[in-house]
Every structure is written in C-alpha cells, then in structure tokens.
Design a protein around this ligand. Structure first.
Ligand code: ADE
Length: 419
C-alpha cells in the first residue's frame, strides 16, 4: 500500500449540480434499491448558482469512514451512504502515484477508510433538492478517487441508491431517468437527452417561499401515495409514458409551448396525487397558489406560453422563462407582487444580470413598478411583502466536474480534516 510512511493522503474534489424534474418522479417500486414506478425528466441547474462541492480523501492513517456536511460531522451509518460506499468500493481499481511512491491495489481500497467533506452553496433546509446534488457529487468524487472505470450511466445507478433524483444530476442539460425493469436496478439509470447548450435561451427563476410548516419528507410522502392513491397508479401507467415521449420531442424541437404545457400539467398532477393520498399531503401553500395564478393569467393574456412553473415536495416555485427578455418581465412581476423586506442584493441571488433585464436597480425601482398589464386597470392588485424569502436566477447547466485547485478542497491535505 504505502511505500515508506503511512501518512500520505490522496484526495479528489468535485462540484455537482442540482436538478428540477419537469416530468415528476413520485413513487418507488423498491424502497431499498430506490427503483421508481415511472420514468422522469429533469433540467440540470447551473452549478455556478446552486451546487454541492465535495472532497473525498483516503489515507492509511484514517481510523474510520467519516463525513462532515456543511462543517458539521454527520453519521455515515445510514443505508443510503453505506450502499453508495459499498458499490463504489466494489468497482475500485488500482491507483499509482510513482512520484509520491503510493500504490493502492484493488484489494487495498476495501480496507482503507475515507474522509468526506461536503458543502451546499444554498441552505439545505430551503427545499432545493440538496440530496440530489449531494449524492451525485459524493458518487462522482468517490468514483474519481477510486479509479472506477464505469461510465456515467453506471455511476448514476449508484447515486440513485443514495437519493433517487441524484441519478439525474450526473449529467448536464436535459436528463431522463429510465425506470428500468430489472430487479437488481442495473437498468434504472440516467441518460442525457440533450446538453445544456442545446436550449440555452431558457432562464430559470426559483422563488424560495417562506414556510413555517414542517413538510412530509419525500420518502414518507411517496410511500403513502403508493399505498393509498389510485390516481398515482393511473398516472404512472397511463399518463407518464405518453408525457415522456411528448416531453422528449418538445426538448428535441425546443418547442416552448409544448414544454411549458407538459411541465405545468405534470406538476399539477403530482400535487393532485398528493391530495389523493390518505391522509392528504399539502406541499404547496397560498403563495405557491398565487404564483400559479399569476403565471396562468399572464400566459393567457399573451396568448402564448411565456413561463412554465413546477413545484417539488415543498412550496418553492421553479419558473422557467422562454428567454432572457421574458425572464426580465417575469422578475418585474415577481418583485411587484412580492416586494423585498431586505436589501435587493440579498433578495435576488444567482445571475443578477436578470435584474438589469427587468430594469430594476434599487428598492425605489421596485416601489415604482406598475401593475402588470394583464391585471384589470380598475383594481389595484394586492402585494405580499415577506411571502418570498428570496429569488435565485439561474439557467440549465453542466454536469459534475473535478476541481483541481488545492484551495478548492474542503479537507486539509495534511490532516484529512475539514479546513
Ligand atoms: N444531503 C443534503 N446535502 C447533502 C450533501 N452535500 N451530501 C450528501 N447528502 C446530502
């Protein structure tokens, strides 16, 4: 293993994106392997704005597998982490660094312990699919460290065992998670439909909606829907297979009207399934419902789809605008209805150039915003300061990458502990 001394450390740092499903994953046919009851399709979000960074390290000096998430040590004993670690270790191959005199054989990988430090650049509690970015990053980084030779599809099947939607974060752009048929789950993998460059007009604005309510976890919600919702079974067998074909076509043709219709309808059906669950699950709140109404009214007024909306297992709205100009108009509307209680720079995050597109530079500009033209002239619409915590402007983005700068590592190269 180590040639002269046992105090060497080998480490890899990677950065991974999160993703938003436009055809939703809801319901497992196997809870341990995390196998879904239908295919799903997502858009990968630009990791420049939302990402997980993970450093993985190995050393003969490490006494046990350890992990720090956002600076706090967490347990790796859960089966999701254990499954990912085991699957990667099984596929490890020989590593050699002649200069440093380090050689790690296939067998050594099974005996060496790992240290993992992971950091999400957005609040884990904000309901922004942090586990998708997190498990994709963990599996990608471990795969690089342990010289796993399998392709991204095979890695996606491992990430899937950490968090279902994590498998889609192994690719950039537009991604399908194929449900597969095999009992082992080996064919339940992600495939890239198109890269982020294929449709780079799209702009995505996430409204992080203030919420006091503790939500039902996705795992629990899905299980209860599978057990009690007849609509879910109709959806997975009769509805989703057709929508998957239509969505693939809409993406291939950059057909925003069709993309938008399918995205909104599928989000609404997912939330209808939640209502059809016994007891019913409410993920959206009044603010979420208001955002849907504003978008529907605007699209109707224009006569063509300007913006699509989609909501996951929480109240946050993910809004997809057809182009930058439309995103500017969308942000004007959002700031009109949900003016900030805080300074603008901490209210609109991510790609701040969308603020310029909206013609908004200051809080004064927001006060002066007119009512949107789709609102009847004689009624002054109500505004709701405080109902949105902040907005993140982003776009479709790339898949995971290795970071090579030593300053980008989250573990100290001498101690293997968080910096
Ligand atoms: N869950 C939430 N964030 C995570 C991360 N960065 N890594 C692993 N699991 C996570």
């Amino acid at each position: 293993m180590a040639e002269e001394s046992s105090n060497w450390i080998v480490m890899v740092t990677a950065k991974s994106p999160t993703n938003i499903a436009v055809i939703k994953y809801w319901g497992k046919r196997d809870e341990t392997l995390i196998l879904p009851i239908n295919d799903s399709i997502s858009v990968t979000l630009d990791p420049d704005h939302l990402c997980t960074t993970t450093t993985v390290a190995v050393s003969p000096a490490f006494q046990s597998d350890r992990m720090w998430l956002n600076g706090k040590e967490i347990s790796l004993s859960g089966h999701r982490y254990q499954n990912c670690l085991r699957e990667i270790r099984q596929r490890a191959s020989e590593y050699e660094d002649e200069k440093r005199g380090i050689r790690i054989s296939k067998e050594d990988w099974g005996k060496l312990h790992v240290h993992i430090a992971s950091y999400n650049n957005f609040p884990t509690a904000a309901g922004l699919a942090s586990s998708a970015a997190g498990f994709a990053c963990l599996v990608f980084a471990l795969g690089k460290l342990m010289q796993v030779k399998e392709d991204l599809g095979a890695l996606s099947a491992i990430a899937r065992q950490g968090s279902g939607s994590a498998c889609r974060s192994l690719y950039g752009g537009f991604v399908k998670w194929v449900m597969g048929n095999d009992v082992t789950g080996k064919d339940s993998i992600a495939v890239q439909l198109a890269s982020e460059k294929h449709w780079d007009d799209l702009v995505i604005i996430i409204a992080v909606v203030s919420s006091r309510q503790k939500e039902t976890s996705s795992t629990t919600g899905m299980r209860e829907s599978v057990e009690t919702s007849t609509l879910l079974h109709h959806r997975s067998k009769e509805v989703v297979p057709k929508r998957i074909v239509q969505m693939e076509e809409a993406i291939a043709n950059r057909d925003f009207a069709s993309f938008s219709k399918l995205t909104c309808t599928d989000s609404n059906q997912f939330h209808a399934v939640c209502l059809d669950t016994c007891p019913p699950i409410f993920y959206m709140n009044d603010t979420s419902h208001k955002i849907i109404s504003y978008v529907e009214k605007w699209n109707q007024y224009e006569g063509t789809a300007q913006v699509a909306y989609t909501f996951d297992a929480g109240p946050n709205a993910v809004l997809i605008a057809r182009d930058r100009k439309t995103a500017g108009h969308l942000l004007q509307r959002l700031l009109f209805y949900f003016p900030p209680n805080v300074d603008l720079s901490s209210y609109v995050l991510g790609d701040k150039s969308i603020l310029q597109e909206a013609g908004v530079e200051s809080l004064k500009d927001i006060e002066g915003l007119p009512s949107p033209p789709e609102v009847k002239d004689n009624v002054a619409p109500k505004r709701y300061p405080g109902d949105v915590s902040y907005f993140i402007c982003t776009r479709p983005g790339r898949g995971p990458v290795v970071l090579t700068g030593e300053d980008q590592a989250l573990l100290d190269p001498k101690t293997g502990l968080p910096k």
